[in-house]
Write a protein that binds this ligand. Structure first.
Ligand code: ADP
Length: 326
């Protein structure tokens, strides 16, 4: 067994609903196993500025249902430099923190991997991002909530789209991943999803136009993943409007509402299981791994694998969307 006594916890990068449930789970599972816990504020920035406080079970009471993160989050350029990471290490030593649990996306885990290697420091990561773009886990914390928010918003847009017989391009988040757009499209009965994973292969808009945007329907909804590869909803709408002035085209960019809100049951349970598993991993002397859940089983995924491997889009989902939107 390792000599860990005190575990530090932080949330970093883009926030995601369910991060609070994860903070609660890590804190409570750590205390249950006899560890001390310290909360680090504003991601890696807190390790530079020393914004750190002891965490007891009461610090995480009544937060499982809250969106956002009570530990706050930030982007920290300094942590990307060797000098910044040295300050972070000195802070950890001063605070008596011997292991870290970090919750965040690709960037957060990249920072964790570099720091863990540089200082031989035990770190366990939890995948916290609405984008679902981390390899080694079926879903990430926050993804299901964001997907449900998209579904509710698109349902509302569908009402007005149908009344006016309009074609809507709705932009959703996802950075360079199409999971939100593709599954959002299936869940809302949208006509298509334009996603970066496919944009590199074919001109999806061209295909849609060729298929006639399904003239038999009185509204059309296309979900677009926000990405330089797809060009974004605005760009695609302008293209269509120019070539087909007869279409009544509109654009909605869902934006930050996708990040907020109370986490779904799925995200709360996922975050709770992953948080408890992070402490199990440390007890088993695991380090530099991300907790994943695949086929309902907890797995330890080395940081390298989680970050570097692309998480492929399931072709079956694409085919389902095509079949159902005729
Ligand atoms: P996310 O975790 O949501 O992908 P970011 O990409 O903004 O968000 O990363 C969050 C933070 O992780 C950054 O602000 C930085 O502090 C740290 N980080 C990201 N990439 C690196 C890197 N290459 N080296 C060190 N730290 C990094």
């Amino acid at each position: 067994m390792s000599q860990i006594k005190c575990i530090g916890i932080l949330t970093s990068g883009g926030d995601a609903p369910g991060m609070n449930a994860a903070i609660r789970a890590v804190t409570r599972a750590a205390i249950y196993n006899g560890f001390e816990v310290k909360g680090i504020y504003r991601g890696y920035k807190g390790l530079i500025t020393g914004e750190i406080a002891p965490f007891k079970t009461q610090n995480v009471s009544n937060i499982i249902q809250q969106g956002g993160t009570i530990l706050k989050t930030a982007r920290c350029q300094e942590f990307k430099t060797a000098e910044g990471r040295k300050i972070a290490y000195d802070t950890l030593v001063k605070e008596g923190i011997d292991a870290l649990v970090v919750i965040g996306g690709d960037g957060t885990l990249t920072g964790a991997r570099i720091f863990a290697t540089e200082y031989n420091f035990p770190i366990v990561g939890l995948p916290g991002t609405i984008d679902n773009d981390l390899f080694g886990t079926d879903t990430t914390i926050g993804y299901d909530t964001a997907l449900n928010t998209i579904m509710e918003a698109v349902d509302k847009i569908r009402d007005t789209a149908t009344s006016h017989e309009r074609l809507f391009f709705i932009e959703v988040m996802g950075r360079d991943a199409g999971f939100l757009a593709l599954n959002g499209a299936i869940a809302t009965g949208a006509e298509a999803a334009i996603i970066p994973e496919i944009s590199t292969e074919v001109d999806q808009l061209e295909e849609l136009i060729k298929n006639g945007f399904r003239k038999s329907k009185n509204s059309s909804i296309v979900l677009v993943a926000e990405s330089p590869i797809t060009g974004g909803a605005m760009h695609l709408a302008e293209r269509v409007q120019k070539e087909y002035p007869q279409y009544d085209v509109r654009v909605t960019i869902l934006g930050h509402i996708q990040r907020g809100g109370s986490p779904t049951a799925h995200d709360r349970i996922l975050a709770s299981r992953m948080g408890a598993a992070a402490i199990d991993a440390l007890l088993e002397d695991q380090r530099n791994v991300m907790i994943g859940i695949r086929n309902n089983e907890i797995e330890y995924i080395p940081f390298n694998k989680a970050i570097k491997n692309d998480k492929p889009i399931d072709r079956e989902l694409l085919n389902t969307l095509r079949k159902l939107s005729i």
